[in-house]
Ligand binder design. Structure first.
Ligand code: GLV
Ligand code: GLV
Length: 324
């Protein structure tokens, strides 16, 4: 019979659990985040699990045969696919539900860093304006800029949506990186597929929307930062491990780049005494790309799956995509 623990109020209705209970025994549906040892105890022997991206999911978590694990996230880098395949565990995730939200947050991070928005708020509220100074709070605008979009492995629709959201701000040129040129992207908006070095050298802004994979891990490192202009603004809302954080710290500390905007970092949550918090020109958000109502609604109530992967209806209202 079903056993539910730690269900966030309201989520049970969204998931329409009365139906899913027929399908599988569910446990540990939602936050609070359990210590690993406690999670392992809670899930012992269960066959179905629904979690968020904050937990490592591997064979230790789900070892019952024929189990299913679903993650309410676009990324599944916290899931050990190899181990799950070995035990025959199936994985569900929610692709594409964040495309617009991710593009909007990209814009927000670029505006916040280029207008020094948070620093300006602090100046007004905490430090006081003082008198007008001609060079005070001068930022670098998006108008006429060259924008680099680093999208290794991300769906072309996301890169394209990011570019479309930024185009009205007067971005002059888009450079992008992916595992291969994306014809759909170039058709929608003039963009140039370039090597990483060229993107680093030529961009006024670089925004990262990669999937985390062995190929993208630490791809933003000292060699990339050293090629960037000292007026370049870097932003990341994909996964923290795409960036070598020590190298980013050095690039900011040495003034080698102008600013950084981060929605993701290592670890999450980032301890409040972390050195990155010292920089006024580093805007740090607590991974809120996925904090949008459209994700909750679209993630749970959406049309039958696209060709991306096979879909399976687990409950009356919840469609989870089965990856393998
Ligand atoms: C957010 O980062 C997600 O992967 O859903
Ligand atoms: C700005 O407010 C200006 O008048 O230049």
């Amino acid at each position: 019979e079903a056993r539910l623990t730690g269900v966030t109020p309201g989520l049970d209705r969204v998931l329409n659990l009365t139906h899913s209970i027929h399908y599988m025994r569910l446990a540990a549906i939602q936050l609070p985040r359990f210590p690993r040892s406690e999670l392992l105890k809670k899930v012992a022997g269960i066959q179905g699990l629904y979690r968020l991206l904050s937990e490592r999911i591997d064979a230790d978590v789900l070892d019952a045969p024929e189990s299913t694990v679903s993650t309410m996230s676009v990324g599944y880098d916290h899931v050990s696919l190899e181990e799950l395949k070995k035990t025959g565990t199936r994985l569900g995730y929610t692709p594409e539900v964040l495309t617009e939200a991710a593009a909007e947050l990209t814009v927000a991070l670029l505006l916040a860093t280029s207008c020094q928005l948070l620093e300006a708020v602090d100046e007004a509220k905490v430090s006081g304006w003082g008198s007008w100074k001609p060079l005070w709070m001068c930022g670098y605008g998006l108008t006429d800029s060259t924008m680099g979009i680093l999208g290794l492995g991300c769906i072309d629709e996301l890169q394209q949506t990011v570019a479309m959201h930024l185009k009205p701000f007067g971005v002059r040129k888009f450079l992008y990186i992916n595992t291969a040129p994306q014809p759909k992207m170039a058709a929608a908006i003039p963009t140039e597929f370039v090597p990483l070095e060229e993107m680093a050298r030529c961009s006024d802004f670089i925004t990262v929307c990669c999937m985390l994979s062995p190929g993208s891990q630490s791809i933003c490192n000292s060699s990339m930062f050293s090629q960037m202009k000292d007026t370049t603004i870097f932003s990341n809302r994909s996964r923290g491990s795409v960036v070598n954080q020590d190298d980013l710290y050095q690039a900011l500390a040495s003034g080698h780049i102008a600013a950084a905007g981060l929605d993701v970092m290592v670890p999450e949550p980032l301890p409040t005494d972390h050195p990155l918090f010292k920089f006024k020109n580093c805007v740090i958000l607590p991974h809120i790309t996925n904090a949008t109502w459209s994700r909750v609604v679209k993630g749970c109530y959406r049309d039958p799956p696209t060709a991306l992967c096979k879909g399976e209806i687990l409950t009356e209202n919840l469609i989870i995509y089965i990856l393998f």
